[in-house]
Write a protein that binds this ligand. Structure first.
Ligand SMILES: [Mn+2]
Length: 365
């Protein structure tokens, strides 16, 4: 029975085109490799209306060979396609994609699978009056939605500056949905709701430096032949990952070299790294130079890197006996790796201790 590959929230942009297209190519390759009959794209394929306008043809052309091979590519717009829109999204032609932009919903059957496609709207308030056909016997029903649902994801919304429609819990059972191919939430998750397997695949790429973009980036492969539908994530290696690190600087503003090497060894070429440098330093300029040096070093190794300073400046602290003794003692307690809760607690203890000593030394001076 049919397989469906499900993605959402690729957020294609001209200024990150090569990266976005590499991820799209991997999604296409996954669809082929799985011999999937359907590729569902649940909104926010483009980052804004202007990106949609500029790149829609190229993207449709990239997906065309898949469609020619017999795979149905079904696409609903999300809230991002509508951002800054100067015309109705349903006025565009994305052939050979099955592009469903006309609200409130589109309904069709393809090879024993019924599709209920709901383009993004700020409100789905009238859904109880929708005339959706009754499910036929022996078919599987898939809904494509770009929306929030509070049973699957309890906020916060991905975006603070725009309203996204909320789908009520009873939607899934009311319309006898077997698999809900959701979009909007950037961290992947799955939930059973009203008899449906409802799934957010998460963003298939790192859209921004944010913990909700952390972890492997995936598309979802759903086996529609199983009841309930079985859906599992497939990692997209070309997407890389968003990785956060925190490293303590010495009094001289130098980062710990072994930790830097470990971090570099853990990073892959497509990753997006954000490093926070903490500590109490004697010279702000030395810390800034260290941050710049580290940023340059990382940028040559990964797709994107940010280095930020969260340091306190306290001159001549290295000649303070208590500060030196404290640093020596706490550095002895450092966990082996620069990851995990134990390391985070150690880093905070180091920072608070040094800041307290620096404050007292300042008062004494
Ligand atoms: Mn969205």
């Amino acid at each position: 029975m049919a397989k469906l590959v499900h993605t959402a929230d690729l957020h294609i942009r001209r200024d990150e085109k090569d990266y976005c297209y590499a991820v799209l190519a991997e999604i296409i390759a996954l669809t082929r490799q799985q011999k999937a009959e359907f590729l569902a794209i649940s909104g926010d394929l483009f980052d804004s209306f202007s990106e949609f306008e500029a790149l829609r043809r190229e993207v449709a052309d990239m997906l065309a060979p898949l469609a020619k091979e017999g795979c149905h590519v079904i696409y609903i717009p999300g809230n991002h396609e509508a951002r800054g829109a100067t015309s109705d999204l349903s006025a565009f032609n994305l052939e050979p994609l099955r592009y469903c932009a006309r609200g409130p919903f589109d309904f069709f059957e393809l090879g024993g699978v019924e599709f209920l496609c709901v383009p993004h709207s700020e409100s789905y308030g009238g859904y109880r009056d929708w005339k959706v056909p009754t499910k036929q016997h022996g078919v599987v029903r898939v809904a494509l939605l770009h929306a929030l649902n509070s049973a699957i994801y309890i906020g916060p919304d991905e975006e603070a500056d725009s309203r996204t429609g909320v789908i009520e819990d009873d939607f899934f059972g009311r319309f006898a949905v077997d698999y809900a191919a959701m979009g909007h939430v950037h961290s992947g998750r799955q939930h059973t709701l009203g008899g449906a397997v409802a799934c957010y695949p998460g963003s298939p790429r790192v859209w921004r430096a944010h913990p909700r973009e952390a972890g492997p980036r995936c598309a979802v492969v759903a086996d529609l032949g199983c009841s309930p539908v079985v859906a599992h994530p497939a990692e997209l290696l070309s997407a890389g990952q968003y990785r956060e690190f925190s490293l303590p600087l010495g009094f001289d503003g130098a980062p710990p070299l072994t930790a830097v090497h470990r971090m570099e060894a853990a990073l892959r070429e497509q990753d997006y790294a954000r490093v926070t440098l903490t500590g109490v330093v004697e010279d702000e300029n030395a810390a800034k130079a260290a941050a710049d040096g580290l940023r340059q070093r990382l940028c040559s190794r990964v797709r994107a890197a940010e280095v930020q300073l969260e340091t306190l400046v306290a001159s001549s602290l290295s000649s303070n006996t208590l500060a030196r003794a404290f640093l020596e003692a706490i550095d002895d307690l450092k966990p082996a790796d620069e990851i995990g809760d134990q390391y985070r607690r150690w880093l905070l203890a180091r920072q608070y201790g040094l800041e307290a000593i620096a404050e007292r030394a300042g008062k004494a001076a």
